[in-house]
Unconditional design. Sequence first.
Length: 372
Amino acid sequence: MANVELKNVTKKFDKNVTAVDNATFKINDKEFVVLVGPSGCGKSTTLRMIAGLDTVTDGEIFIDDKLVNDIPPKDRDIAMVFQNYALYPHMTVYQNLAFGLKLRKHPKKEIDARVREAADILEIEKLLDRKPKALSGGQRQRVAVGRAIVRKPKVFLFDEPLSNLDAKLRVQMRTEISKLRHRLETTMIYVTHDQMEAMTMGDRIVIMKDGIVHQIDTPLTLYNQPKNQFVAGFIGSPAMNFMKGKLEKGAGLWFDEGEFRLKLAENYNTMLHNYPEKEIVMGIRPEDIYDKTVSANTSHSDQIPFRVDVVELMGNEIFVYLKTDQHSLIARMKTDNPPQVNEQIDVVFNMQKLYFFDSETGERIVHSVGQG
């Protein structure tokens, strides 16, 4: 198999549009790496440059330590699975799977063996005589993946392959692709805008915004130690809550949000010593906000009054949307005693799970004390 490396890769579509800006990262052999970010962040363009479908404006791309900038897609030993399946409607499933091998003039026996092996892996043996119009969306996606498998490439590239499927089928296919990577033991690069897909599938995740790579790390590290406010807000569902305020020194260090003040744990003093009397952004995840009546943890803040705006029942938990005169927060709570809409409740914050960000640069000043 192969590693993939990007060195200072830039893609400009004209003088005013930079789709990818100086991307540098390495994907190891047999690693599953997910490129994720909002629409227009450059993730699909990055994948297309690796595939050779888009030219590189500046920088270098290596596959298996070989510079491939000027090598055409068909000679890069990669296989790509597209969002729209890209199946030939007049061909059967068998013919779709075999087509690429026939073009490369593989022997008939080998083609048949590879097609049936891929069909067995994807459990589509009974579909080989059907045409795409007779298949469901999930079955078409399996055929598209199978067409890549028969090639036995060094690198698999997936460009938002599940975005056309319904929610239940997306979860099922997500699991199938995860199992497939362990069975094939090959390098896979997967593009999605869905952070849940990224968190559940990737060995590592590349987070992009506006063509820039903001952080590359394992899912848990991204969740617990985001590099900046964008990453912190993008990873996690519901998203992290953010509040602007000032740090004040008195009897200890305080965060003054305007409507309420929080006394910070002593652990934060050293980390935040350069920011007294400066505006700063505090972040806290929804699962670290609690109803005071069900929490007796001494590491929590003083109680803060909020009005319940919306309650979303999710089964074993609820998402509670809280409001004050100026702010909105989301809390992730247990369903034992759910609050009612328009009820006023007193909440507390887990003071060991606060994040602080520079209000100008967005860079993280300190991650939560509870994460070390």
